[in-house]
Design a binder for this molecule. Structure first.
Ligand code: DQA
Length: 144
């Protein structure tokens, strides 16, 4: 069962980026773990990252044809992007919003998400393990 795992801006810098907050795993390592978890769950994980909002919108549209569900870490676009909100509403697929850090324990500007109202559920604060948790969470929602 195909699932898109989409990553937004600055997540390509994982491993080097504020390791005290985001940990030392690289996005490539997290992607490998996600694909492995997917195999165990019967999900074929298409793992992608872009720094560009429009690219993420295009991938969400692509998911409408190509996937049964979406896991998305929208990075900072979480807090700014009505376009991502609208795209997720448009495709209306089961969607898990995901953050490595506990955004609610951080700056106030991270407490609001435009994505949450368009998501099925939200996972945050569990670091890279959140990707595995998100795939486990989406599994029964995409059962064919
Ligand atoms: C993040 C949290 C966001 O607030 C931040 O802008 C990110 C990463 C996370 O995974 O914890 O880029 O989505």
């Amino acid at each position: 069962i195909p699932v898109f795992v989409l990553n937004g801006p600055n997540l390509n810098m994982l491993g080097r980026r504020e390791p005290g907050i985001y940990g030392t795993s690289t996005l490539a390592e997290i992607g490998a773990q996600a694909r492995e978890a997917g195999e165990r769950l019967g999900l074929s994980v298409d793992f992608r990252q872009s720094n560009h909002e429009g690219q993420l919108v295009d991938w969400i549209h692509e998911a409408f044809e190509a996937a049964k569900g979406i896991v998305i870490n929208p990075g900072a676009y979480t807090h700014t992007s009505i376009a991502l909100h609208d795209a997720l509403r448009a495709v209306a697929l089961p969607t898990i919003e995901l953050h490595l850090s506990n955004v609610f324990a951080r700056e106030a500007f991270r407490h609001h998400s435009y994505v949450s109202p368009a998501a099925t559920g939200v996972i945050c604060g569990f670091g890279p393990r959140g990707y595995v948790l998100a795939l486990e969470a989406i599994r029964p929602l995409v059962a064919s």
